[in-house]
Ligand binder design. Structure first.
Ligand SMILES: Nc1ncnc2c1ncn2[C@@H]1O[C@H](COP(=O)(O)OP(=O)(O)O)[C@@H](O)[C@H]1O
Ligand SMILES: [Mg+2]
Length: 267
């Protein structure tokens, strides 16, 4: 397979608490479980993806990568999950926007770092998926992610204002496609924290599907306490409780993502 087959997906939504980080960790784990080589990039200064994967030591971070003090290869660390690694984040990331100032190409720092990584990898060690966990705002970090990504994967919480938030997100992606990255597309919208006990959840699923149609993945991630508990054990939910509904949903999402990738490649 060619190097171009490294796929870069940005997990983005300007809203916080919708499941971006949870999806990065657990979709990443599920993809690795079926043989993909996955690299998570923690681009949120909160560093929840790093903590949730049990990474305590952070000698090098995404900040060092963005500022040119380390390569991705130097900064990435292995996790407990075979074939899943992460470039951890530290609170330094908060100062990235200030540090970048008006430098030309500041939107493309991350894209350039990734290009360096893919050029250095041999065919057998090639990263097949890069998942970028974005912060909950449309700042320079998120713009760097979207400028580097092939596609955007949008977690959307099953709640009352879901559609409004999504409409805003989709128009942002369109704007970025025009301004920064013509190859950017929407990979899909994943509905998260679905609560089968409430009719509101069903209503949201129905409305989002009515408006966005095939952009919405068939898989819906249920609200599941095991999913919420697992980060405090430094583990993806698939390692914490493989059989729970949340784990099974992320396994299903991973196969849908792979299936969409096949179709994109065949097109
Ligand atoms: N499917 C789920 N079931 C239960 N809790 C969830 C689920 N997905 C996410 N959460 C919890 O919701 C909160 C927000 O999720 P998170 O992934 O951190 O969102 P974001 O990265 O978009 O801010 C976290 O406390 C997380 O553990
Ligand atoms: Mg997050």
């Amino acid at each position: 397979m060619s190097r171009a087959a490294t796929r870069v997906l940005a997990l983005a939504n300007q809203k916080g608490g919708v499941g971006k980080t949870t999806t990065a960790i657990n979709l990443g784990t599920a993809l690795a479980a079926v043989g993909e080589r996955v690299l998570i990039i923690d681009l949120d200064p909160q560093g929840n993806a790093s903590t949730g994967l049990g990474i305590e030591q952070r000698n090098r971070s995404t900040f060092d990568v963005l500022t040119g003090d380390a390569t991705i290869l130097e900064a990435k660390v292995a996790t407990h999950v075979p074939r899943l690694s992460i470039v951890p984040a530290t609170i330094d990331l908060m100062s990235f926007e200030r540090e970048a100032g008006n430098a030309s190409g500041k939107h493309y720092r991350f894209r350039d770092c990734l290009a360096e990584l893919t050029a250095s990898e041999s065919v057998d060690e090639r990263t097949t998926y890069v998942l970028i966990d974005c912060p909950p705002s449309l700042n320079l970090l998120t713009l760097n992610a979207l400028a580097a990504a092939d596609a955007c994967l949008c977690p959307c919480q099953c709640e009352f204002f879901a559609l409004e938030g999504l409409a805003q997100l989709l128009s942002t992606v369109e704007e970025i496609r025009v301004r920064l990255n013509p190859k950017l597309r929407i990979h899909g919208v994943v509905l998260t924290m679905y609560d089968q006990r409430t009719s509101l959840s069903d209503q949201v699923v129905e409305d989002v599907r009515a408006v966005l149609g095939e952009k919405v993945y068939t898989t819906v991630i249920p609200r599941n306490v095991r999913v919420a508990e697992s980060p405090s054990h430094g583990k993806p939910v698939l390692l914490y409780d493989y059989k729970c509904s949340g784990s099974q949903a992320y396994i299903q999402l991973a196969s849908e993502v792979i299936e969409r990738e096949r179709r994109i490649r065949a097109a």
